[in-house]
Ligand binder design. Structure first.
Ligand code: NAD
Length: 244
């Protein structure tokens, strides 16, 4: 269908999981992809496997410097950027009583500061061309909270807030900004959890299963396409109805 033909997309955390599935989907839809990821070996391998001019950039989205350098390099290589998928994210789960300052800070650095740094660095290029699509990875837990995830939930709720601010600030520049709130998706992030917790999540989900990374990639692709041209500032739940 090539809904993203001619578009240049940056996908953070694009080496694996939902990010990799997104890179694959975007290529099928005609986009050229820059994968920004901290994991070099897997990132290089993913870019090579996907082909179609996909490039890997080793980026720590939690580092302003690293993000600024990657932005420069990506613009040098591709000339433009139309789509930014702020997808990189980590968990460091612990209950409030046991959470260390380090666990708190690491998650804030990647999931909140990272989204801010990437959007701040990339959005001027979108403003200049009066066109852009920014999509942020939130989570079902950012809307409803979750036991043992003070740090992660703070960031995923924060991302929804930033999405609304940027939709207001950047709308007049031809840029839409949306968030996607995945439910429980079968990636390394969820596979790290104990089996009985995964089973509990499946039981809680009316569709009775975990989601697949491709099902989030489809939502990102829709929001990045011209079909979503009047959608901005929203958070799209893709969660098998777990939240109702
Ligand atoms: P994943 O752990 O499978 O992949 C995350 C990717 O991000 C990895 O390739 C990793 O190397 C990269 N990354 C981590 N820290 C980075 C950094 N500082 N800079 C650059 N890259 C970095 O995770 P996933 O399940 O694919 O999750 C993708 C996004 O979706 C995350 O933001 C996550 O919070 C969100 N999400 C996932 C689920 C789920 O159930 N899997 C649910 C809700 C939201």
């Amino acid at each position: 269908m090539e809904r993203l033909k001619g578009k240049i997309a940056i996908i953070t955390g694009g080496a694996s999981g939902i990010g990799r599935a997104t890179a694959e989907k975007f290529i099928k839809e005609g986009a050229q992809v820059a994968i920004w990821d901290i994991t070099e070996d897997i990132g290089k391998q993913t870019a090579a496997e996907l082909g179609h001019g996909t490039r890997f950039y080793k980026v720590d989205t939690a580092s302003k410097n690293s993000v600024e350098q990657a932005t420069q390099k990506t613009i040098q290589d591709f000339g433009k950027v139309h789509i930014l998928i702020n997808n990189a994210g980590i968990t460091r789960d612990s209950t409030l009583g046991k959470m260390t300052d380090d666990q708190w800070q690491q998650v804030i650095n990647v999931n909140l500061n990272g989204v801010y740094y990437c959007t701040k660095a990339v959005s001027p290029y979108m403003i200049e061309q009066q066109y852009g699509r920014i999509i942020n990875a939130s989570s079902v837990v950012g809307l409803y909270g979750n036991f043992g995830q003070t740090n992660y939930v703070a960031t995923k709720a924060g991302v929804i807030g930033m999405t609304k601010v940027w939709a207001k600030e950047l709308g007049r520049k031809g840029i839409t900004v949306n968030a996607v709130a995945p439910g429980f998706i079968a990636t390394e992030m969820v596979k790290k959890m104990p089996e009985k917790v995964i089973k509990m999540m499946e039981d809680k989900t009316p569709l009775s299963r975990l989601g697949q990374p491709e099902e989030i990639a489809n939502a990102y692709a829709f929001l990045a396409s011209d079909e979503a041209s009047f959608i901005s500032g929203t958070t799209l739940s893709v969660d098998g109805a777990v939240t109702i």
